[in-house]
Design a protein around this ligand. Sequence first.
Ligand SMILES: Nc1ncnc2c1ncn2[C@@H]1O[C@H](COP(=O)(O)OP(=O)(O)O)[C@@H](O)[C@H]1O
Ligand SMILES: [Mg+2]
Length: 293
Amino acid sequence: MSVDDIVEAAPILQLDNIGKKYGNVRALRGVNISVRQGEVTCVLGDNGAGKSTLIKIMSGLHEHTDGTMTVQGAVRRFASPRVAQAIGIATVYQDLALAPLMSVWRNFFIGNEISRGPFLDIARMKRICGAELTKMGIAIPDLDRPVGSLSGGQRQVVSIARAIYFGARVIILDEPTAALGVKQSGVVLKYIARARDAGLGVIFITHNPHHAYLVGNHFVVMKLGQVVLDARRDELTIEQLIAEMSGGEELVELSHELRGVSPDRVVTPQLVEHGGVTAPDHTASRLPRNDEA
Ligand SMILES: Nc1ncnc2c1ncn2[C@@H]1O[C@H](COP(=O)(O)OP(=O)(O)O)[C@@H](O)[C@H]1O
Ligand SMILES: [Mg+2]
């Protein structure tokens, strides 16, 4: 398949006009998203945007109250995460579904243990786990090590490798880089790219536009439960994505605040309180809002 074929291929997972109400709270409204295989679909948004709610619907933790979800051409409504997993949708949560004190190989096979007769086939599980991690390009010489002793990035990679091995076709990553430093984030981003190149549909939830832009093919920005931007990489620059994430007015406000606390400016508390800076001409410096670009 050429890249063009993949782009043209039908989405593996599609949300049409999805809504979710929690009692009177409308967490999602009119959400349309298409996830394709061999692509990273980035879902960005601030706190409260509805990202977690969206993941919960796709991974079977919650049911949507409006709209339809289609997976590989069939309309689906997941009654439980098991159902979602069974048809190949794996979710890697930020706080990780790994048991920190258990070994790497145990974690890899947790819930899917291989046994031989009445006993666990430890040798075989270790062999497979080692081979799968090597395929992902990660070397963990001692698979008996507790997962908790691995770096945050390595732990994420173990989760990703496990999802791929157990047949995931769609992998949802909930803020996998949020708690990581630059180097570790790089490790995780590399494996996101590998999962994509292995043909999975990757859904990468983040509020970091830089991370998203490094690996993303497709960007969906959410605000207060709605999609405010849906663009392919060639339709969007990193600057536009950053601006879209912050919102023009919020950016201007933030820049005021940052100027107020600029480290090279020696100011007394009173000066900070009054800004100590001449207010820039608002009308001239204001970035365009969503609706006026
Ligand atoms: N279980 C719940 N009950 C009631 N309201 C909820 C529940 N989960 C989320 N919400 C509300 O839905 C909105 C979206 O939340 P969420 O999906 O967690 O956003 P995000 O993950 O982008 O921060 C928020 O207003 C939140 O308060
Ligand atoms: Mg969330």
